[in-house]
Design a protein around this ligand. Sequence first.
Ligand SMILES: [Zn+2]
Length: 134
Amino acid sequence: MSVPKYWREIPYHFRLEGGKCRDCGKAFVPYRQVCPYCKSRNVELAKMPRTGKVVTYSILHVYPKGFRKQAPYVVALIELDNGARVVSQITDCDPSDVKIGMKVEAVFRRISEEGKAGIIKYGYKFRPVFQNKS
Ligand SMILES: [Zn+2]
């Protein structure tokens, strides 16, 4: 698979894009043509902020088919800095380190592998924002 083809096929949600309502000003993920808050159709595609905080989370001990063997792992509901909420895996930390209210940032990571050919899919996950990070 060629690299340019791969990049063209990455879905919108792998680019941290969502919708923003020009009428009520609220942001949401995924992008929709109608604002879920005020039903306005005056919605634009918008880049979402890379940082947010954990609203709630679950530690999962089984992984979906096609995912790398990485159980247990954490899936969290994250409120981005603009108020939009996304569900994402938390990476780069021990599951016991995840706390409600913890600051997180989006990082591009390997998500899954398909079959022996090892076609690897990438996408955004979130990791804790540490002080003094390099
Ligand atoms: Zn609206």
